[in-house]
Design a protein around this ligand. Structure first.
Ligand SMILES: Cc1cc2nc3c(=O)[nH]c(=O)nc-3n(C[C@H](O)[C@H](O)[C@H](O)COP(=O)(O)OP(=O)(O)OC[C@H]3O[C@@H](n4cnc5c(N)ncnc54)[C@H](O)[C@@H]3O)c2cc1C
Length: 424
């Protein structure tokens, strides 16, 4: 089945929603697709128990003249068209202009015990709780880096979890300096103050990180490296995330240039969010981690650009530049402690999908060769987790993208124009 849209938006998070709204306001036929069953992306993920924030309700409920294509995963790109898989079938969606609003995912770094049941990402556990996974009464340690730890802990508490503590790897000085500079973004300051207030009584430890998850069949405790030495804490769940990494796979597949491609890739855009490929725009976290405000402003700009309304996009430029400075502040103050890159030993699994240990990768010079010999990165996540972690550990640069970017049914693959021949 083939369908044509004047503007197709990939990703229905805050950036994609704003892009679709802006493009539709000029009368274009707009399709807004997302792999998830509902619009909202990460920050506005539907919560089965709690009401959505007002901004989310407004962005989603007042969207008009936009075809929302939920449960549509983009698995491949063809000439000015995306191959998507739905629960029923596969479809080809062609476009006049495309907006990439594919967001970000958590950075997970391997450490001994990180694959034990009960160990998740921080945002990962937040997402599970929102989707109804029972956390009430569970003792949870939240660890890693960045403001997402506070947001995750807040959600977990609202769902009845007992958050034993938050371990932030950045130093106390770095976090204090971040908090001080946050005053330049008053909305952020209020948000952070609200979180700290709601999390009163939950210890927030700086310069601390998880050295090991301990358990037999499931996590039972955690060894935390803290400024005063190693501490052991018993827990039922451990949620660890080291910030976010942009989802650039689709952009890469489409031939869009990436900045910092080997280690911290993000979609390369000009001031008006044009990628290096004509008629393809990108917005939000896919272009670099910047937070909700960036996503909403850039989404609107990209939507305007996609329908040729350069003046409206230009008018948003000063707000966008200001919001982007917040991303730079985050990166500066939550830079990762080099010790985190040495936690995994030869016995630590790095590729959870294919059970490949770090030691098995010794001697390989690049991700592709290692993948062909060990299957590292060939599983369901297609290297999103292990490939990103290995690049962060300084082992291999990221491997290039090839379809399918998400696991797909054979019938979908059969419909692709061409598949790579050596290791699909
Ligand atoms: C797990 C997690 C939890 C977070 N929680 C918070 C929070 O509580 N508070 C906060 O301020 N910020 C949070 N963030 C930060 C968040 O990324 C931004 O604030 C905001 O959601 C970014 O908006 P976006 O539209 O750029 O991307 P996103 O919100 O990430 O939206 C991108 C969308 O694209 C879709 N997508 C990607 N690739 C494909 C594909 N190939 N096919 C189909 N669909 C695709 C995804 O399903 C997703 O819905 C979280 C981030 C993560 C990763």
């Amino acid at each position: 089945m083939r369908e044509h849209y004047d503007v197709l938006v990939a990703g229905a998070g805050p950036a994609g929603l704003a892009a679709a709204r802006a493009a539709a306001s000029r009368g274009a036929r707009v399709g807004l697709l997302d792999a998830q069953p509902r619009a909202g992306g990460q920050v506005w993920r539907h919560d089965v128990r709690l009401p959505a924030p007002r901004a989310a309700r407004h962005a989603i409920d007042t969207l008009r003249r936009v075809e929302l294509l939920a449960r549509h995963s983009v698995v491949a790109a063809e000439s000015a068209a995306l191959r998507v898989e739905t629960p029923q079938d596969s479809r080809l969606l062609s476009y006049g202009a495309l907006v990439l609003a594919t967001g970000a995912r958590e950075l997970l770094l391997p450490f001994p015990g990180w694959t034990l049941p009960g160990v998740t990402g921080a945002g990962g556990l937040q997402a599970l709780a929102k989707q109804g996974w029972p956390v009430a009464g569970k003792r949870v340690v939240v660890a890693g880096s960045g403001p997402l730890l506070l947001a995750a802990a807040d959600t977990l508490r609202k769902h009845g979890a007992q958050v034993l503590g938050i371990c932030e790897q950045a130093s106390a000085n770095a976090v204090r300096s971040f908090a001080w500079q946050l005053r330049r973004w008053p909305a952020r300051t209020w948000q952070a103050a609200g979180l700290r207030l709601r999390l009163a009584g939950v210890p927030y430890r700086f310069g601390s990180f998880v050295r090991e998850a301990i358990g037999d069949g499931t996590v039972r405790g955690v060894a935390i490296e803290a400024p005063g030495g190693v501490q052991r804490v018993e827990c039922d769940l451990l949620a660890v995330g080291y910030g976010l990494v942009p989802n650039t796979e689709l952009a890469s597949l489409l031939g869009c240039a990436l900045d910092d491609a080997d280690t911290h890739p993000r979609v390369q855009v000009d001031a008006l969010l044009r990628t290096s490929v004509a008629d393809i725009y990108a917005a939000g976290e896919a272009c670099g981690i910047g937070g909700l405000a960036v996503a909403r402003i850039e989404g609107a700009m990209a939507g305007h650009m996609a329908v040729g309304d350069i003046a409206s996009a230009n008018a948003l430029l000063p707000r966008r530049d200001r919001a982007r400075r917040f991303g730079a502040l985050l990166a500066r103050h939550f830079a990762l402690d080099p010790r985190l890159r040495t936690l995994a030993d030869d016995h630590t699994l790095v590729c959870r999908c294919e059970d490949v240990r770090l030691g098995a990768l010794a001697g390989f010079g690049d991700a592709r060769t290692a993948k062909l010999a060990t299957r590292c990165g060939m599983g369901a996540c297609q290297g999103r987790i292990c490939g990103t972690a290995l690049a962060e550990l300084g082992r291999f640069p990221r491997d290039g993208e090839r379809p399918p970017v998400f696991p797909a049914r054979l019938a979908t693959l059969a419909g692709l124009a061409a598949l790579p021949s050596d290791d699909a």
